[in-house]
Design a protein around this ligand. Structure first.
Ligand SMILES: Cc1cc2nc3c(=O)[nH]c(=O)nc-3n(C[C@H](O)[C@H](O)[C@H](O)COP(=O)(O)OP(=O)(O)OC[C@H]3O[C@@H](n4cnc5c(N)ncnc54)[C@H](O)[C@@H]3O)c2cc1C
Length: 432
């Protein structure tokens, strides 16, 4: 590496970090780009929220900004040979008592996008769609079901591996290591990272894309440096949601062929939504539960911070009964009696970094020059995988659109979390 060569270290190889590495090396082929993660891309399982069997890819958003970005991301999912093999446009079936359908339609129209394939159906008609498979779902309080035939899902771990491999092929260096701290120059600027083994890596730009672990990592840095300004404070919280999978037999798989993603926003008192993802290649159906929770612990600094459990694997496969029932509830709410015989297994708690407004943080960190944050998917960040790194690169280059710069800033006004139905209020320790 020559001193004039731009250099970047990205901590965390989830969708934010991997997309950033890919976009950086594509835009600056001569740059030194190092992507560091405690898990390797081909590990059988990983702690990343981005590692999963599948994720919903949709542009159905109430917020016009994320609707626009998701539509842009979908264009890439559909057309680019790197992403296309992992995308399945099965459609989506929204069971919600709100006026969501109209809001989505309005957003598509305002953005000049075609609304073909987007429509609302009264509940009775909705029940007879897909061969009547969802006729026993819970439609309490729902007048119309919103269908978007242009949404779908993607193979999450497949896409994550493929894009990491592509980035490495283009020149990104992947390092498997646990990052514990930062390195600073004489002027206080961040110049690198330190691993748990004491190894040091240096670069002019250090980007934290460490997902749910970010507040804990920053707390350790604040403790080590005595600089409180590193802490995440009320900006980011680690929160969990439970998933579970059922392997279905051949006849059931036949029956379920061509089903859409289902998202259900009832009953609201359980949380934001539960949902169902269609069959994977190996005939697994996946649900997510409606309960969102935190895990507040006392850090060595004495601070109380919500973080994934301390175990190396975030204890993600150790799921308490209440949360297993939360996934069973999702099955019952979508399939009713039809799903009763299906054995749901492989329960996992998936941890994400969430912000009070559910906006990402893509920003310089205020505490140190050379340090940046690009994460906080807030339970909806995965679908932006093809494009999000492009925005991180613009942030690093100082060319991010001023509106986005303010919206994704480290220092921005924090809304009242009481207005956010996805904000975790329950504690993992109380969900036994
Ligand atoms: C149950 C669930 C379902 C979801 N469903 C969807 C969906 O359907 N569609 C959608 O768009 N979004 C969805 N999301 C949200 C989405 O998965 C996340 O927002 C997104 O994956 C976050 O990406 P990330 O890169 O910020 O973090 P992660 O994917 O968590 O990656 C962070 C990485 O940083 C690494 N790391 C952390 N600390 C360190 C350290 N100190 N040293 C080394 N490595 C470190 C971790 O190992 C990890 O690989 C869902 C989230 C959950 C939890």
């Amino acid at each position: 590496m020559t001193s004039s060569q731009p250099s970047y270290i990205i901590v965390g190889a989830g969708v934010f970090g991997t997309s950033t590495a890919y976009h950086l090396i594509t835009k600056y082929p001569q740059a030194s780009v190092t992507l560091i993660d405690r898990n390797l891309p081909h590990d059988a399982t990983r702690v990343a929220a981005s590692w999963d069997w599948n994720k919903v890819v949709r542009a159905d958003y109430r917020d016009p900004l994320y609707c626009r970005l998701a539509l842009d991301a979908q264009d890439v999912w559909r057309s680019d040979p790197l992403w296309r093999p992992f995308y399945h446009e099965t459609g989506i079936f929204w069971i919600t008592p709100t006026d969501f359908a109209q809001e989505v339609l309005d957003n598509y129209k305002k953005l000049g996008r075609s609304t073909e394939g987007l429509f609302s159906v009264p509940v009775d008609a909705a029940k007879s769609r897909y061969g009547g498979l969802f006729d026993d779902a819970d439609y309490t309080g729902v007048r119309n079901v919103h269908v978007n035939e242009t949404s779908g899902w993607a193979d999450a771990k497949g896409a994550l591996r493929a894009v990491t491999e592509k980035a490495v092929e283009l020149g990104v260096r992947f390092v498997g290591a646990e990052i514990e701290g930062l390195e600073f120059g004489d002027d206080g600027a961040c110049v690198g990272v330190k691993t748990a083994d004491g190894e040091k890596h240096y670069a002019a730009h250090v980007v934290l894309s460490s997902g749910a672990y970010t507040p804990k990592l920053l707390d350790g840095i604040a403790h080590a440096t005595g600089n409180e300004a590193f802490r995440a404070g009320g900006r980011i919280i680690a929160a969990g949601v439970t998933t579970g999978l059922a392997k279905v037999d051949e006849p059931t798989a036949k029956l379920l062929e061509g089903i859409p993603v289902v998202i259900q926003e009832i009953p609201p008192e359980r949380g934001a939504s539960n949902g169902l993802l269609p069959l994977t290649e190996d005939k697994m159906l996946k649900w997510w539960g409606q309960t969102i929770f935190k895990n507040v612990q006392t850090m060595p600094s004495g601070q109380q911070i919500s973080a994934p459990p301390a175990a190396k694997d975030y204890a993600q496969w150790k799921v308490p009964d209440t949360l297993i029932q939360d996934v069973e509830f999702a099955n019952k709410a979508t399939f009713g009696q039809r799903g009763e015989g299906w054995k749901i297994e492989q329960h996992r708690i998936c941890w994400d970094a969430v912000t009070p407004s559910e906006d990402f943080i893509i920003s310089p960190h205020a505490a140190s020059k050379g340090l940046y944050v690009a994460t906080c998917g807030s339970f909806h960040g995965w679908k932006f995988f093809p494009i999000i790194g492009g925005y991180v690169v613009r942030m690093l280059d100082g060319t991010l659109d001023p509106g986005l710069k303010d919206r994704w800033a480290w220092d921005r006004e924090l809304p009242d979390v009481d207005d956010n139905e996805s904000w975790p209020v329950k504690e993992l320790k109380d969900l036994k």
